[in-house]
Structures are given as C-alpha cells and as structure tokens.
Design a protein. Sequence first.
Length: 69
Amino acid sequence: MLVLSRKKNESIVIDGKIVVTVVEIKGDKVRLGIAAPPEVPVHRSEVFEAIRQEQSAAPPVSSEPPQPF
C-alpha cells in the first residue's frame, strides 16, 4: 500500500485518468473528490462489498436464448 500525505486542495493522479483531491478536512474526517472516466466505477468500500455480495447471490445470467417446450 502506498501511503501519501496531502493537504487541502492537493491531489494525486492514478494511471493518468483518475484524480483524487482532498476537498475538506474536519477533525478526524477527510472529504475526497474523485474525478474518473464514466466507465470507471467508483464506490465506497462498503457499497462495493454489498454490490459484490448481491451479484454472487444472484442466479447466473445465461447468454443463450430460452428453449421452446
């Protein structure tokens, strides 16, 4: 894991496409702004986990058309 120090309004760039900026610092909370291309999903970790669990619990989707009776 890379650990960086940033001040308010400072940013990091990931892969030349994603910019993470420190927007605000209040006590023990930091607000981050994330600019990413539309095809790159950005989620909080707990939301990402919920989506992943929901997808693994869903029945597999078949790409084959249904067979007639």
